[in-house]
Design a protein around this ligand. Structure first.
Ligand SMILES: [Zn+2]
Length: 129
């Protein structure tokens, strides 16, 4: 999370940094990972979009962003892990899932059959569930 206060002074505005150059068509280039933070005392600092790192120098944010580069750090949230999985691993997992589902159907059929037999036994013995 981007900093919400810097040295005890609250952040009152958080906007994307605009690069000091334009794109080919002359449009401004936004650097959304570099935040321009306006503080309650009217001063401006630059912040990281991913953590509470701040600096008075806008150029220090981009090198800092490397810390959040998942590939370089080997940090991968579990939900993304499946996206990085080789296709053969995914196919293996699907095959296992199919086998489990098939087995489940077999057990379900056996359970239903067992329930039917139990009901027949109860009926034969005059027991009512
Ligand atoms: Zn950061």
């Amino acid at each position: 999370m981007t900093a919400t206060e810097v040295d005890g002074v609250a952040v009152v505005a958080d906007t994307p940094h605009v690069a000091p150059f334009t794109d080919r068509s002359g449009q401004p280039v936004y650097q959304p990972q570099t935040r321009v933070l306006t503080l309650a005392d009217g001063s401006t600092v630059y912040g990281c979009a991913h953590c509470d790192y701040t600096s008075e120098n806008p150029r220090s944010i981009r090198p800092h962003l490397g810390k959040h580069n998942r590939r370089r750090n080997g940090l991968r949230p579990a939900k993304d892990a499946v996206l990085d999985m080789p296709l053969t691993d995914l196919m293996d997992r699907l095959a296992k899932l199919d086998a489990i589902l098939e087995e489940r159907e077999q057990w379900k059929a056996r359970a239903l059959q067992a329930e039917r037999r139990l009901r027949q036994l109860r009926d034969a013995l005059g027991m009512r569930a």
